[in-house]
Design a protein around this ligand. Structure first.
Ligand SMILES: Nc1ncnc2c1ncn2[C@@H]1O[C@H](COP(=O)(O)OP(=O)(O)OP(=O)(O)O)[C@@H](O)[C@H]1O
Length: 263
């Protein structure tokens, strides 16, 4: 179970931007409060979709959970450990795919995945078994021996995902995993994400593709201007957003929050 409460992160503003008095409510006191109060939970067997307009704070939230960024406030409990207080334990428990997860170009796809497995202290026989399993699940067997710099976008992304989960993390966090992928590669990745339900491992992914959310997610968190604007099931989102259509419901929730802010 992942429980995120009161997550916050601010960045120092360039001096003249603050003086100009920008309109974003997150700009004040010389700081940009990118994440102000993000809260959500994700139980074992659930997939949570993190949604929000561009610049809402999704990537910052995920980077905070991954401990790539240090939070100013809040907690994120997994299996009795607050990830934010214990970054080392967090990194053992989490598999995090960032938007810019790079691969070592001169290593093969398989070598890239194995390298990260070794960094996690996996034994050679365990690592071999795990790589065989992942390459089959992600349908990567045909290019395991190809250098990473010769792989297509879809192949690279699948390799990056295999690398992310090679150590069998207790929590999987994926930042826009299907961006830029063709239909076949996206389908393989979405099926892979869905397989985590049966494993009873909580999985969070950010996306702008609401059809993916509709297909996969048990739970949704909508972030707007750094705050949780909605957290609940798809049915609750449709109800609150006032439409059976998920796109309209999403826009409805964002507009309600914007109207409330202006009052
Ligand atoms: N290191 C940083 N310094 C200053 N501002 C930052 C920094 N990182 C992020 N921001 C700002 O925080 C806000 C949230 O950014 P973030 O990347 O989390 O948004 P997002 O919801 O992931 O957007 P997108 O959907 O476009 O990927 C943006 O306004 C961004 O410019």
């Amino acid at each position: 179970m992942l429980e995120v409460r009161g997550l916050a992160k601010r960045f120092a503003l360039p001096a003249q931007k603050d003086k100009a008095g920008a309109r974003d409510p997150r700009d004040h006191d010389g700081w940009f409060h990118a994440v102000r109060n993000v809260e959500f939970s994700c139980a074992p067997g659930e997939v949570l979709g993190l949604l929000g307009p561009n610049g809402a704070g999704k990537t910052t939230t995920l980077r905070l959970l991954s401990t790539a960024l240090k939070a100013d406030a809040g907690s994120a409990w997994v299996d009795g450990v607050d990830l934010l207080q214990d970054p080392l334990a967090a990194r053992q428990r989490i598999g995090f795919l960032s938007g810019s997860t790079g691969l070592y170009g001169r290593l093969t796809a398989r070598e890239n995945v194995e390298y990260f497995g070794r960094l996690h202290g996996m034994s050679a026989p365990y690592l071999k078994r795990r790589c065989d399993e992942l390459f089959e699940l992600l349908q990567m067997q045909d290019y395991g021996n190809k250098r990473a710099d010769q792989l297509s976008t879809g192949m690279k992304q699948k390799c990056a995902i295999a690398r992310t989960v090679v150590h069998e993390p207790r929590l999987v966090i994926l930042d826009e995993p299907t961006t830029g992928l063709d239909v076949m590669s996206a389908k393989i990745l979405l099926d892979f994400i869905a397989s985590y339900k049966a494993l009873r491992i909580p999985l969070i992914f950010s996306t702008h593709h609401l059809h993916e959310v509709e297909k996969l997610c048990d739970r949704v968190c909508v972030i707007n201007r750094g705050k949780t604007a909605f957290h609940g099931t798809l049915e609750q989102l449709r109800h609150l957003g006032g439409s059976a259509d998920l796109y309209d419901a999403f826009v409805g929730v964002i507009n309600q929050r914007e109207t409330a802010r202006e009052r």
